[in-house]
Each structure stands twice: as structure tokens, then as C-alpha cells.
Design a protein around this ligand. Structure first.
Ligand code: NAP
Ligand code: G4F
Length: 376
């Protein structure tokens, strides 16, 4: 059951400033602020931090439809207003609001996960992507700097960097590999990466960059290729859809599981000093290999239903990403625990179940509207 009205009660819209603080717990062991909390990684990171005793504050955007689906399960008791998750309206485009949230929440750790994170869409909306991904990160970093310098207490900042920053550089990519981004998204992430390093060096603040390779899960957005594939295969298997249209099947990616990667984010901020880390499995597969494996798990002959569609090609493609995360393994003691096969299998099983639910509703006479990706 969805708790739409319950979750709305937790969002501090309309609360006077003092009530935001009054509604929080007495000082918890650690307090985290997450931008992008409603996204794939935001939801896994929230779960991880809560399991470690954190009080978690998330920044969410005001949207005309609910964007809190990935967080609904954390609201098991809609009648309590005691956390451990608090949501606040905000946007990386709105610097004054970010400063206000730092003052009110006084976080120990900040995770900047907010982004227009779709590479293909960044070609259509390059300026907007730069505003959110690059300048948005700068707005948050500047709010963090002023908060950290005035408040003290040595708060820590995590910047969500991406393997897209390596772009055309040949694999395997590590912290010494030259950056060569191939999309407005990659360029914007690289600007954010350097803003973070500059603030670390200029002000001596604890600011770290993760350079994360692709990570997936059943909570992955449905316009990224892995989830687009598993969602479609589930529906094709149950006769709800005929075709799956894809772009470049030859691109290679280093795909891990989001749960492993948010654990790395946390370890990056728990390290003794601020630094930058590549996080990756070290194995890559082509989109075609992902498709073949997913189709095998779903029991679908993909050759009969997959068609190439040039709308999904990118003006400039990143052909091959495969990360060398030996520094993170050596220095942080991080390593992935979920295999590529398990990532694919868990996504297929999840999406077969979604398709079964859709089929049941259809058979019961309900009208089901499946949202289809628009060239992404
Ligand atoms: P995601 O699912 O697309 O989530 C992005 C989050 O950012 C959502 O919560 C979104 O809110 C929020 N957001 C977008 N624009 C915003 C704005 N203007 N102000 C405030 N919030 C905004 O991304 P993800 O896969 O969880 O990735 C998390 C971060 O890691 C992103 O920065 C991404 O670029 C980066 N990254 C991801 C991967 C990967 O493979 N997943 C790899 C490397 C780096 P709505 O829910 O309202 O849209
Ligand atoms: O799933 P994708 O859209 O992910 P992409 O471009 O690698 O970006 C993701 O990973 C980055 C880390 O490297 C993140 F920073 C970023 O935020 C995002 O999470 O595409 C993967 C590959 C590409 O080569 C693309 O051309 O799949 C290819 N592809 C083929 N057909 C497709 C499709 N991608 C999408 N989205 N849709 C297709 O139909």
C-alpha cells in the first residue's frame, strides 16, 4: 500500500523555521544530509545510514506527482514524526534554500547525489544539466564551506562523480587516467569534481569525490539501459509488450549493484582524510551481453523482439568503461559483494513480478497505463 498522504506529513513545507529543528531528535550519533534522496542511490544510502544509527535528512524537489516511491517503505509508522528520515523541499538551483537547510539541520555528513543524471538527455538539455550538475554542486559546496567555516565541527562532503568523466580514455580507468568526457553530463560532472577539489585545497575542508562506475538495481530509473531491458523483457514474457527498441548494443560498461556502491560512499566519508576514489567491479560487459543474460533469466528469445532504433544513439558515445578500483580496495577495504549475474537476475525477477501484477490488474478489468521511455 502506498502511504502518499503519510509521507507528505514528513515534508517540512509550511513549517516555521524553528519547527524544523524542534521536530528533529536530540543530537543523534550522526546526522546526514542527502541531496537526490529520492533517486536510486539516495534510497539505498538512506537505508544504509539508518541501519548505522544516523538521522537522515533528504532534499526533495517539489513535483506535480509523487517522487518518493523509492522511500515509501521507510515510512512504516505514518503517525510518528520522530525520524529517522526527514524530508525537506529544496533544489540545487536554489542556493538560499540550501544555506537555510545547512543552518537548520547542521549535518555531520553531506552526500551530493542530486543530478540530471541521464547522459542522452544531457545532449538535449545541456544548459540545464550544467546548471544542476555543475553549478548546482558549486552552490551546495559554497553553502557547505560557509556552514563548515562558521559552525566548525569538521563536517564532511561527498561529491557523486562519474566514470562518464573518463569518457573516451581507454580502459581500465583509475584515479590517474586522464579525463575526456563525451557528453554535457560528463563535462558537468567533471566541473563539479574540480570544484570539490578546489574547495578542499583552498579551505582545508573534508571534501571527497567518488568516481563511480555504473551501478544498477531493481530501483534503477526505467530509462537507463539495464532497467529498460529488464522491464521490457518482463512485459514481453507475459505478452504485455511486443518489441524493445534499443540503441548501441556494442557499448561496454562496468556494472555493479547500487547497494555495494552506496556502502563505498559511506566508507569514503569515514576515511581519516579527504581523497578521491574510483569505485568499480573491474569487469565489463557489452549491452548485448547484458541483454543476452537477462533474456536467458526471463526465458525470452531476445532476437525476435529487439530492434535497433537510431533515436537511442548518442551524438558522441562512450565506448568502453571498466574501472580499476584497487585504491579503494587497498585504502578503504571496500569491495563489491554482489556479482554481475546477481545484479541481472535480481532485476529480471523484480520486473517479472511487476509484469505479473500488471497482468493481474488487466485481467481484473483495471486500466493499466505503462509509462514508456521517450528517446532515452
Ligand atoms: P537518479 O536515480 O537519477 O537520482 C537523481 C536524484 O537527483 C533524484 O533524487 C532527483 O530527484 C534529484 N534531482 C535531480 N535534479 C535535481 C535538482 N535540480 N535539485 C535537487 N535534486 C535533484 O540517480 P542515481 O542513479 O541515484 O545516481 C546518484 C548520483 O550519482 C547522481 O549524481 C548520478 O549522476 C551519479 N552517478 C550515478 C551512477 C549510476 O550508475 N547510477 C554512476 C556514477 C555517478 P527526482 O526524484 O525528483 O527526479
Ligand atoms: O544505461 P545508460 O543510459 O547509462 P550511461 O550512459 O552509462 O550513464 C549511467 O552511468 C554513468 C556512470 O558511467 C552515470 F554517471 C550516469 O548518471 C548514468 O547512471 O547507457 C549505457 C549504455 C550507453 O552506451 C548507451 O548508448 O547503453 C547504451 N544504450 C543502448 N541502447 C542505451 C540504449 N542506453 C539507454 N539509456 N537507452 C537505450 O535504449
Amino acid at each position: 500500500m502506498r502511504h502518499e498522504h503519510a509521507i507528505e506529513r514528513y515534508i517540512d513545507e509550511g513549517l516555521p523555521p524553528h519547527a524544523v529543528q524542534a521536530s528533529m531528535n536530540p543530537r543523534p550519533p550522526r546526522r546526514a544530509l542527502i541531496s537526490g534522496v529520492t533517486g536510486q542511490d539516495g534510497s539505498y544510502l538512506t537505508e544504509l545510514l539508518i541501519s548505522k544509527g544516523y538521522e537522515v535528512h533528504g532534499i526533495i524537489r517539489r513535483t506535480s506527482t509523487f517522487n518518493t516511491d523509492r522511500l515509501e517503505h521507510i515510512y512504516s509508522d505514518p503517525h510518528e514524526f520522530a525520524g529517522p528520515l526527514f524530508l525537506h523541499y529544496g533544489d540545487l538551483a536554489n542556493a538560499s534554500r540550501l544555506r537555510y537547510l545547512f543552518e537548520q539541520i547542521q549535518p555531520d555528513e553531506i552526500y551530493n547525489l542530486a543530478a540530471q543524471s541521464h547522459v542522452r538527455v544531457s545532449f538535449d538539455q545541456a544548459e540545464y544539466t550544467a546548471d544542476v550538475v555543475a553549478t548546482g554542486a558549486l552552490r551546495l559546496l559554497e553553502a557547505f564551506r560557509d556552514y563548515a567555516l562558521v559552525h566548525g565541527g569538521h563536517p564532511r562532503f561527498y561529491q557523486a562523480g562519474s566514470s562518464e568523466m573518463f569518457g573516451a580514455s581507454r580502459p581500465p580507468q583509475n584515479e590517474h587516467t586522464p579525463f575526456y568526457p563525451r557528453s554535457p553530463y560528463g563535462v558537468s560532472k567533471l566541473a563539479a569534481h574540480w570544484y570539490a577539489i578546489n574547495q578542499r585545497e583552498a579551505y582545508g575542508l573534508f571534501i571527497s569525490n567518488g568516481i563511480l562506475f555504473n551501478h544498477e538495481s531493481p530501483r534503477r530509473g526505467e530509462t537507463f539501459v539495464t532497467r529498460k531491458i529488464t522491464r521490457a523483457l518482463g512485459r514481453i514474457k507475459l505478452g504485455l509488450q511486443d518489441k524493445l527498441y534499443l540503441g548501441n548494443l556494442d557499448a561496454r560498461r562496468d556494472w555493479g549493484h547500487a547497494a555495494d556502491y552506496v556502502r563505498a560512499m559511506w566508507m569514503v566519508l569515514r576515511h581519516d582524510s579527504a581523497d578521491d576514489f574510483v569505485i568499480a567491479t573491474g569487469c565489463s560487459h557489452s549491452v548485448r551481453e547484458f541483454l543476452e543474460l537477462a533474456a536467458a533469466y526471463a526465458g525470452v528469445d531476445w532476437r525476435t523482439c529487439v530492434e535497433e532504433d537510431p533515436r537511442y544513439f548518442r551524438p558522441t558515445e562512450v565506448d568502453a568503461l571498466e574501472g580499476d578500483s584497487s585504491k579503494a580496495r587497498r585504502v578503504l577495504g571496500w569491495q563489491p559483494e554482489i556479482s554481475f549475474e546477481n545484479v541481472v537476475q535480481s532485476m529480471v525477477e523484480h520486473d517479472l513480478e511487476l509484469a505479473r501484477q500488471e497482468q493481474t490488474l488487466l485481467r481484473a478489468g483495471h486500466k493499466v497505463v505503462h509509462r514508456r521511455a521517450m528517446y532515452a
